[in-house]
Structures are given as C-alpha cells and as structure tokens.
Write a protein that binds this ligand. Sequence first.
Ligand code: PHE
Length: 349
Amino acid sequence: MSTAGENLDVDALVAEIGQIAGAAVEAAGSATTQADLDAVRTSVYGRKSRLSELRRAMGTAPPEAKPVLGRAISAANSRVDAALAARAADLAGAAEAAQLERERIDVTLPGRRAPLGRRHPVTKVIQDFEDLFVGMGYRVVEGPEAETDWHNFEALNIPKGHPARSMWDTLYLSGTAGVGTTETDVLLRTHTSPVQIRVMQAEPPPLYIIAPGRTFRRDTLDRTHSPIFHQVEGLAVDRDLTFGDLAGTLEWFCHELFGPGFDIRLHPDYFPFTEPSAGIEVWWGDRWLEIAGCGMVDPNVFVAVGIDPEEWQGFAFGFGVERIAMLRYGIDDIRLFYENDQRFLEQFT
Ligand code: PHE
C-alpha cells in the first residue's frame, strides 16, 4: 500500500486528501436530490472509500507524519460536511418552496356564490294576504288537508246528497264518497272553508282569522285548472257585523293588493254556508274576473258549531291564490306554477 513504508510522500497524500474533498464539495454542490447527497457522503466516508483507507493507514504511518495527515483528513471532513449540510438545506428550501407553490391559495379569486332562492309567486301572494290581514287584526291559522266529510261539507250546510256538493269535484280518501250516512269519510279538502269550522269549534267569538292553504279537486290539469291549488279563507265573527263590513273589508284589501286603480264589484252568488252570498270580481283590462266567493255566515253553520246566531254575526270569504297570482304577474297558464322551471321562477324578484 502506498501509504505504508519508509518513503511515505506526506505532501502528495495531503494534496490527494485535498482533491478528494474538493471533488466531493463540487459533487455536493450539484446534487439535486437527497439521494445524490447520500451518494456523495458514501463516496467520501464509505468503508471502501479512499479517505477511509488513508485514515486506517495512518496507524502505521511514521509519528511525524501522523499529525499532518490527521489535520488534512479532519479539514477534508469539515469541508465535505459543510458542503453536504449547505446543499441539504438548499434542497429542503426548494422542496418547501415547491410545496408552497403547489398549495397556493389565490385569495383574490372571487368565491363561488350560492344561488339565492326566491319566493314562489304563490307564496308571495299568500304572504301579502297575511301581511294585510294581520295589519287589520286577523290571525293566520291552518287546518288539515285531509278532512272529514263533516268539516268539509256537513257542518258547512251541505248535507250528503245535497245538489250543491256537485260544486266541488271531490277526491275521497275513504268512505262512501259523499252518498252514504257516515260522517267520518275522509277526503282531500275541496276548499279552505272547513278551517272556519275548526276555529269556531275551538274558540269562542269574537274571531278574526285567515286560513291559507292547499285545496284539492278532481279536475284535469289544463291552462286554467289544477287538481291542487291554493285558497285563502277569511272569517270574522263578532256582534253587529253587516254585509257593509264585508264589502268594506274586501274593497280595502283588493285596493291594497292590486293598487288603488282597480275596480272591484260584488255580484249575487250562491254558497250553502253563506247567506246572502256574493262573488268578488276585479275589472281586468276589458272584463270582470271572479277572484273570490264571500257572504254572511249562514245561521245553520253557527248552529253546527254551537254558536248562537241570534247573538253573533259573521262574514266569510275564500280567494283563489293562483287566480290572483296569474292576474298580478300576467301569467296565462296555471301549470307554470307547479313545473318549477327556474327560468320561470327567477322572474319574480
Ligand atoms: N269555499 C268557497 C269555494 O271554494 C268560497 C267561499 C268561501 C265562499 C267563504 C263564501 C265564503 O268556492
């Protein structure tokens, strides 16, 4: 081995150690991965490396050569360690920068806006009813959509077999379909008037309520008919109520709802549960359009719910919500309300 023996060339070995260190520093400087750095480290410090061989050979070197070689080796170690550490730090910094770039969040990008829903035109009309009548001291109440024959008909002065039943094409859920004697037949309410009955049974007068809700009739869906539609019922029960109170209330309400320019009129009509009865029409461009039925509560209805008709009077009305929404928004096909086409619904801001 060239390191052993008498004629050991110490200067040449020191120079070689310096070259090994220089080469390793250069290799470390151009490493691009941690694996490259590990390879450099092994090539310098590995058991079979030239530097390890020299370190082992120092044991047999002459005493005066030992410190010289020792210093050269440890200087080489320091240079290589420093270069490896510096490059490792560079690589770590670059990796972190790359990760930051990958995970960068652009806070200047506008967020994704959740689409804001709108109230359905039928809902808007119902809410206008509620606002206007609550302002006059009425309460908003609700009743069941599946009703008994008694609430929907009998108590409203429409006994079984009465010809007036044909005014409402009824969807029965159980029972004898309006011809037998069972008072517990269940049907889908054909109007909101049974809510009048429920309220009068539950509470003593005076009463001022409106009852919006869904109603059902055995109608075929077309431009102007739907088997499911909405009504808003109204009922006032008090002492000394007259037809003038009914007319005044409805006139004020229609002007609030449609604007003061619209004329309304009442014409004689027939409902089994009001006497006298009337229909409410609004003048719409070139003709009168019916939007509600109304009248003074029939004494037979008061008797059915245990209210003394000598002491109390009342008036009632029932508006068709879709009809009003169609007039107000210029819609000529009732089916549009139920198709949930966003292009239609988005128009009502
Ligand atoms: N319930 C009636 C209908 O559906 C409307 C109405 C309500 C008439 C209240 C008079 C009083 O046609």
